[in-house]
Design a protein around this ligand. Structure first.
Ligand code: BDP
Length: 326
């Protein structure tokens, strides 16, 4: 109700501003793949509220949840060209568009989530941010997406257990290479199709963090979640670069501040809700398998690094910066 009212008033103001030749409100659309109950959905709603407040209504954001504006690769392209202004993106599907973003898609590149944030807050993060902004998708703030682990009807304790399994991955050649390196059959697929694919046996497994595993019901159609934690992929609140740069410096500061505020909120929510998601899926009967020794998984990724860096020698510097970050 409050938002509806605000929007009506802002709409009226925009007409007045236009007719008097003053600056008028910029109305942005934001893409979010998640549904209610996921931390990013609440954070994106907060982002919209903060933008309204901090820009005094000069910029407004309408968030479309549940991926209704398209799949993640489609939405990325739309933000890149400015057909949608904002997105809460995972950096995985950005890799095929922005090479530097692929740093975060190398399995086990980060030691932990805090390490991932330290890398993003340093020189490597500046390089990734610059490359994404040049491509048209500018990160305003980073949010937490925890670590991704495998789930299937079968317990996965070692890379050998992945052999012969058809595993859904996000759209990125590094993920297909990752599954192939363990002898599995990678199956890139849109997030919205995964539950059905697991249910009908089109795939044998998938990989994700606890909130996504729970939020879209993947846990209802599988039985084992194996804590391989092979990927720690950050997500961003990203904006079309040109739209952002067209704002006055004051409005840019306000929108960036709104994104940073929403990201802090998201990280706090993530900590609580990912723990809760784990408890919920365990309570519903999912067997969560601790993997004490991840070395065999890490060792299996040697070939992924070797092939990737042979084909992309210009990525060596970024990899070295990340690996040498304490
Ligand atoms: C979730 C991410 C979302 C991805 C999804 C996926 O938050 O952006 O689209 O995984 O696996 O954890 O496709």
């Amino acid at each position: 109700m409050y938002r509806k009212l605000t929007k009506t008033i802002l709409g009226a103001l925009a007409v007045t501003a236009l007719s008097t030749g003053m600056a008028f409100a910029d109305n942005w659309r934001a893409w979010n793949i998640h549904h209610d109950g996921h931390p990013n959905t609440a954070a994106m709603d907060l982002f919209a509220d903060l933008v309204d407040t901090m820009t005094d209504g000069e910029v407004t954001v309408e968030v479309f949840h549940g991926g209704v504006l398209g799949s993640q690769p489609d939405a990325l392209e739309q933000v890149r060209i400015g057909a949608i202004e904002v997105g809460n993106f995972n950096l995985g599907p950005i890799g095929p568009m922005v090479k530097e973003a692929n740093l975060v898609s190398l399995p086990f590149i980060f030691k932990s989530v805090p390490h991932m944030f330290r890398v993003l807050d340093g020189e490597a993060g500046d390089i990734v941010t610059g490359a994404m902004a040049d491509a048209g998708v500018m990160p305003l703030a980073w949010v937490d997406a925890g670590a991704r682990s495998f789930y299937s009807q079968k317990a996965i304790n070692t890379p050998a257990d992945v052999k012969g399994l058809k595993i859904r991955v996000m759209n990125n050649d590094l993920y297909t290479a990752m599954i192939s390196a363990m002898g599995g059959n990678p199956s890139p697929m849109a997030f919205s199709e995964v539950q059905q694919a697991l249910k009908t046996g089109v795939v044998d497994g998938a990989e994700n963090n606890f909130p996504s595993f729970k939020n879209v019901g993947h846990y209802e159609v599988t039985s084992h979640y194996s804590l391989s934690e092979h990927l720690i992929i950050p997500e961003c609140i990203c904006v079309n670069t040109k739209k952002f740069e067209a704002l006055s410096p004051e409005l840019q500061r306000a929108v960036r501040g709104a994104a940073k505020g929403a990201a802090l909120y998201q990280r706090a929510l993530w900590a609580v809700q990912s723990e809760q998601a784990r408890k919920d899926v365990e309570a519903s009967g999912i067997e969560v398998i601790e993997i004490a020794d991840k070395a065999p998984f890490q060792d299996a990724m040697a070939k992924v690094y070797e092939d990737y860096l042979a084909a992309n020698p210009d990525m060596k510097k970024l990899v070295e910066i990340a690996q040498s970050t304490e």
